[in-house]
Design a protein around this ligand. Structure first.
Ligand code: ADP
Length: 426
């Protein structure tokens, strides 16, 4: 199957979200972690998503990595490029959405692209160019206080304009046009392009709008948005006869072997999930202060887990209540305590995989990144959805493994159990 859509995501879990969205809607995706080497050839999936970590990187670095990703995807034959960012438009006045979109559009030699973070199913809507989170303007939502990308302006045309070399190259396709359907949207893109608008923020408050916007993007070399706008893209390839009906997420391979859960997130959802799971499977808590003082040894944790996993899944976690985290941070330093735990969990995962684990669930965005790096995984195939936004994935290299990587706050109380239950019965 030739590559049809090449996507560039500005963070890890957001890229997984996009890969799942594409796969569920008939465009099966493989996700790459970082830009693959030039010599590496894309697999046989019709969509490839390159997960970068550029959301809060310096703008110049985000641009150069995104261009490298774009070059690789084009070399693999991608017919359209998608630049994925967060549905809350996480960025600052310096970037990185504007600079990356501008660089990609110039590189691809097209005149205009759309900008659409809307994802109504997740309560993100855009109306008259203003981004809403539920019933609140973006700047009146909790995103106003985000530690890295505080969003203080909900007017996307104005905010994006500040990120672009020429503010006037940002424009609006309002709901009045979107309501008229794909042909009207397409025509408006052309009209705006003739007037010098290169980045058209598009209103969308329903799934139907997203589908129509996707359909209108048929001829664009670059599409930019949240994962919502990707909803309408697979149909374009189907209509063009490039993609068969009925394609979907990959089947998970039948792997015989033990399962482990590694939880490094301290978010409320993960703490609940850990408490729930610890009632039924052997669980071991890793404590940064204990590790630093030598009271707890990684070797022992691994040994105990290895013994227990012959009988069933095991849980290793560092998830702790806020007061406990604050104490560890006071004692070891904020960055140091986090790094110490991340390294310990990633090394534990690596050793457990060496000992035979081939089904791994990881809770926590940064923790997932550290585990995937420690395991030397460069690409993930997207399997069935466990809960909204979180799929089972699997890799073939360096070892066959099923992986569920969950950002901390996702999932219901019995997420781990549900994920394990979904694995192919042997
Ligand atoms: P989330 O997706 O919830 O943000 P992450 O894995 O991205 O989860 O981040 C959790 C961070 O908290 C990691 O850096 C991790 O190392 C750190 N951490 C986990 N457990 C502890 C603990 N007991 N004490 C201090 N820091 C911890």
């Amino acid at each position: 199957m030739p590559l049809l859509l090449g996507a560039i995501g500005d963070d890890f879990t957001g890229s997984t979200d996009l890969s799942l969205m594409l796969s569920k809607n008939g465009l099966p995706a493989v996700q790459y972690i970082g830009v693959p080497a030039d010599s590496f050839a894309a697999g046989d999936m019709p969509a490839a998503v390159i997960a970068l970590k550029t959301r809060t990187a310096p703008a110049a670095e985000a641009v150069s990595q995104s261009l490298a990703a774009c070059r690789w995807l084009l070399k693999q034959g991608a017919r359209q490029i998608f630049f994925k960012y967060c549905s809350t438009f996480d960025s600052t006045e310096k970037g990185n959405i504007g600079p990356v979109a501008e660089a990609l559009l110039n590189f691809l030699g097209d005149r205009t692209t759309i900008v659409c973070p809307a994802f109504p199913a997740n309560n993100r809507t855009v109306y008259q160019g203003h981004l809403f989170v539920g019933d609140r303007l973006l700047n009146e939502s909790s995103m106003r206080y985000h530690p890295l990308t505080p969003m203080t302006d909900a007017n996307l045309v104005r905010f994006l304009g500040r990120q672009l070399k020429q503010p006037e190259s940002a424009g609006l396709i309002s709901l009045q046009t979107v309501e008229k359907g794909p042909a009207a949207i397409r025509e408006k893109v052309t009209v705006l392009g003739n007037k010098g608008t290169r980045f058209a923020v598009v209103d969308a408050i329903s799934e139907k709008h997203l589908m129509d916007i996707g359909s209108a993007c048929l001829d664009l070399k670059l599409v930019t948005g949240g994962s919502g706008v990707a909803l309408g893209l697979p149909a374009n390839f189907r209509k063009a006869g490039l993609l068969q009906d009925g394609a979907g997420p990959e089947k998970l391979p039948q792997l015989e072997g033990p399962a482990a859960i590694i939880a490094g997130s301290c978010s409320a959802a993960t703490r609940k999930q850990v408490r729930y799971m610890a009632r039924t499977v052997p669980a071991c808590k890793m404590d940064p202060v204990g590790l630093a003082q030598g009271r707890q040894r990684l070797e022992e944790v691994v040994l105990r887990a290895t013994e227990a996993m012959a009988k069933g899944p095991v849980l290793i976690y560092s998830s702790a209540e806020p007061e406990e985290v604050a104490d560890a941070q006071k004692y070891l330093g904020k960055a140091q305590s986090g790094e110490l735990v991340e390294r310990a969990l990633a090394e534990t995962a690596r050793r457990l995989v060496m000992a035979g684990v081939n089904k791994l669930i990881v809770a926590g965005g940064e923790t997932s990144g550290a585990v995937v790096a420690a395991l030397g995984i460069r690409s993930l195939y997207i399997g069935p959805e466990i809960e909204p936004g979180v799929p089972w994935t699997f890799c073939r290299e360096p070892k066959k493994l099923c992986l569920a990587l969950k950002s901390g706050n996702f999932g219901s109380e019995n997420f781990f159990e549900k994920a394990l239950w979904m694995l192919p019965r042997l």
